[in-house]
Design a protein around this ligand. Structure first.
Ligand code: HXC
Ligand code: NAP
Length: 281
């Protein structure tokens, strides 16, 4: 489906591209012809990441919470690689906590990175393209599957990601006239050090968690990379304001009897259905 020039002509900034899913997407984009830039707060991590990405990838040390730093980063990138015409808002912060115990700082820490950081980058990105009257910008926001449903114990993240989703649909409408598309991806569980150390740090919890996923496995990083590539490429030129879920069916857990699906081996389950057949007569 993709060739090594699928993303030719795209200068793509991946925020938080120094690790985890951001790094995976950056690698895929670079392999498929994009000029890639990544940013994050820790320089050593970024240095290692660009070496891993190759293809002349570059980095900027930038804390997306700081709007002036974000403006400076976009100016610097423009001088280094030309106008940034692709942006992936991937940088995030998250942790498990009972919401009644959250301090102001704890709530703000996540909102500032996820919601305000995405706004700072998106504004800096859009303003430059609009001022230059350059057509063809694309933004991809990495949200979560609890953006719509909400989720216990990750309240700041759920609020922030819902805001990012609202930004996606709002600006898809507002900036279509400038040729700027905005879409989102809602990943299910994709093992990364950043997410797992904070959200699934215990093996026994992880085993229970895995049972929730109809596909019976976690996502693989390249699977996200391919979806992200499609949405960043001109192959998806008519798609905007959309959120695509990639979660092995995890979001479908709401169906009341879905819990049986992965609870017992299928033959055992069928035997049980057989036993109760006719009991309701
Ligand atoms: C309660 C916490 C906390 C915790 C921090 N705080 N961790 N409160 N429970 N586990 C509080 C602190 O006490 C402090 O409040 C405030 O938050 C700020 O903490 P700092 O450590 O000073 O913040 P900072 O250095 O800015 O770090 C931000 C962070 C950190 C979000 C807290 O975790 C981080 O840098 N994360 C980046 C990477 C990350 O989170 N990746 C996971 C993404 S996974 P006080 O009041 O004490 O000052 C994801 C979706 C996964 O997003 C979905 C999976 C299926
Ligand atoms: P990760 O490795 O912890 O990635 C987060 C990245 O964001 C890090 O590289 C971090 O680098 C950077 N970052 C954090 N705060 C920043 C700031 N203020 N400014 C700039 N960069 C900052 O976690 P991940 O699992 O790959 O998550 C990537 C994205 O996928 C996030 O949006 C997350 O919400 C989403 N997601 C992940 C999963 C999953 O299963 N992994 C599921 C659903 C959604 P520094 O700390 O060096 O700044």
């Amino acid at each position: 489906m993709f060739t090594n020039d699928t993303l030719a002509g795209k200068n793509i900034l991946v925020t938080g591209g120094g690790s985890g899913l951001g790094l995976a997407m950056a690698k895929t984009f670079a392999t498929l012809g994009a000029r890639v830039a990544i940013c994050g707060r820790r320089e050593e991590k970024l240095q290692q990441a660009v070496a891993e990405i190759g293809h002349e990838a570059i980095y900027e040390v930038c804390d997306v919470r700081d709007s002036q730093a974000v403006e400076a980063m976009f100016s610097s990138l423009e001088a280094r690689i030309g106008t940034v015409n692709g942006l992936v808002n991937n940088a995030a912060g998250n942790f498990l906590a009972a919401s009644e115990d959250l301090s102001d700082n704890a709530f703000n820490a996540v909102i500032d990175i996820v919601l305000k950081g995405s706004f700072h980058c998106t504004r800096a990105f859009g303003k430059r393209l609009i001022d230059k009257k350059e057509q063809g910008g694309v933004v991809l926001n990495i949200v979560t599957t609890y953006t719509e449903s909400g989720s216990a114990f990750v309240l700041p993240s759920a609020c922030a990601k819902a805001g990012v989703y609202a930004m996606t649909t709002s600006l898809a409408m507002e900036w279509a006239t400038y040729g700027i598309r905005l879409n989102a991806i809602a990943p299910g569980p994709f093992p990364t050090e950043g997410a797992w150390s904070r959200l699934l740090p215990d093996k026994s919890i992880e085993e229970k968690y895995l049972k929730r996923i109809p596909a019976g496995r976690y996502g693989q990083h390249e699977e996200l990379g391919w979806l992200a590539t499609f949405l960043m490429s001109d192959m998806s030129a008519y798609i905007t304001g959309e959120c695509v879920t990639i979660d092995g069916g995890e979001r479908l857990q709401a169906g009341q009897f879905n819990l049986f699906a992965n609870m017992y081996p299928r033959e055992q389950l069928k035997a049980f259905f057989g036993m109760i057949k006719g009991k309701g007569k």
